[in-house]
Design a protein around this ligand. Structure first.
Ligand code: CTP
Length: 395
């Protein structure tokens, strides 16, 4: 969210306290955040909290606190996004009917920025026909309106009306701020390692953390794609809005990929699949015995090769990864050809700042015409967007 200007408008509901975490997450993501609070919001949380988190003065009313006399006009026109969280029944009604009687509502009327509305209120208030009608008006006018969560509410009743979690609001904001250039595209991504059981307590695996594949899934989703993510065991939360299929072994990954490849425009195999599995899986824990022990291994199916061999039947842009510790370019080029790929992303997994278990990566993108493009060292989120840009140009 670097260089993005976001305004968080906080109104007077108990969930105002969650807006503190929202502001923190937006600032962490690199956005420049300004906060406007209504008079009632200030009764729940002090502006000081938001001033400390955003690094800027909070604006509360039209009279005397604005930095210039026309902030209520310029704020909503110079920002990229306005997030109203929590949005009470009152602000929803005001926005639906163009009422401008304080700083926040006046700014909304004058705004040209996109507006994300995050309703939060008592469940009876939410289902009130007047509130529902006002939400319908906002939806029809191209406001982005999030669906409130369900569960225990602060008023001790159970039902819909909870403010969506701050992380979900941030994810929605990302989507609104991203180009929707993959809209209508179906994307299948694999991530993480596979694990191949030896006995009930041991397995063969590798050091893949799944971060690159998850970053690709998140970026594709933000750019409007419909994403299926097949992942081996990792300690990451599946990105919001992605169909997530957890698997363990290479065989399970192969089945999940083959069942879901149909109709996909883009298939990206970022997973580090175990090449071999134990020939026999012991039913009980193998006991300590002689000084040396030999494991008999069988070759696993090469999922990417099978996708490449059958590309004519299921046409798609097919992208592989090459994890190498030596001869990066030559090894990756050989895999690109052998697996009939449209692009391969090569990374040197022996580096400390790239490959497995890191937040950064540096890659070579290699194409069938011999063209090679080097990335700089970037975060995996940035590498993901770069890879998607190149895939888009192949389509
Ligand atoms: N791959 C796969 N199925 C396998 C092995 C690899 O689909 N059984 C895919 C990976 O997801 C990756 C690409 O093939 O996109 C290359 O994987 P990599 O582990 O770098 O290479 P391998 O083909 O396994 O060859 P080697 O281990 O000899 O380097």
């Amino acid at each position: 969210m670097k260089d993005k200007k976001i305004i968080v408008g906080i109104t007077g509901g108990i969930a105002a306290y969650k807006a503190a975490e929202l502001v923190r997450l937006l600032v962490k993501a690199g956005a420049q955040v300004r906060v406007a609070m209504t008079a009632n919001a200030v009764r729940f949380v002090t502006p000081l909290t938001f001033e400390a988190l955003s690094g800027h003065r909070v604006i509360r009313d039209m009279w005397g606190q604005e930095e210039t006399t026309i902030d209520h006009i310029t704020w909503g026109q110079e920002s990229d996004l306005i997030i109203i969280a929590p949005a009470t029944a009152n602000i929803i009604a005001k926005m639906a009917h163009g009422i401008a009687d304080d700083f926040l509502s006046t700014m909304v009327v004058a705004a040209t920025a996109k507006i994300l509305v995050c309703p939060s209120m008592n469940d009876r208030m939410l289902i009130n026909p007047a509130v529902q009608n006002n939400l319908r008006i906002l939806n029809e006018r191209n406001f982005a309106v999030m669906v409130p969560g369900e569960g225990q509410l602060a008023c001790r009743s159970e039902g819909p009306g909870r403010l969506p979690e701050p992380q979900e609001i941030v994810e929605h904001a990302w989507t609104l701020l991203s180009p929707q250039d993959l809209s209508g595209q179906k994307v299948l991504i694999t991530a993480g390692p596979t694990i191949e059981p030896i006995d009930p307590v041991r397995y063969i695996s590798n050091r893949s953390s799944g971060r690159m594949g998850f970053a690709l899934a998140k970026a594709a989703r933000r750019r409007g794609a419909s994403v299926t993510l097949v992942s081996g065991p990792v300690s990451l939360m599946p990105p919001n809005g992605v169909t997530f299929i957890p698997v363990k072994t290479a065989d399970e990954m192969k089945n999940a990929v083959m069942e879901n490849r149909s109709g996909c425009n883009i298939v990206i195999k970022a997973a580090a699949v175990s090449d071999y599995r134990p020939k026999d899986r012991a039913q009980q824990k193998i006991k300590k015995g002689p000084d040396s022990l030999t494991l008999d291994l069988l070759k696993n199916p090469d999922i990417l090769s099978e996708l490449g061999d059958t590309k004519k039947q299921s046409p798609c842009v097919l992208v592989g990864f090459a994890a190498e510790t030596e001869d990066l370019l030559a090894n990756a080029e050989a895999k690109l050809k052998a697996k009939n790929l449209d692009m391969i992303v090569a990374n040197d997994v022996s580096r400390n700042d790239a490959g497995f278990e890191t937040d950064t990566n540096i890659v070579k993108m290699i194409f069938p015409d011999g063209h090679v493009e080097d990335s700089t060292l970037m975060t995996k989120d940035e590498v993901a967007d770069l890879i998607l840009d190149r895939i888009k140009s192949l389509k």
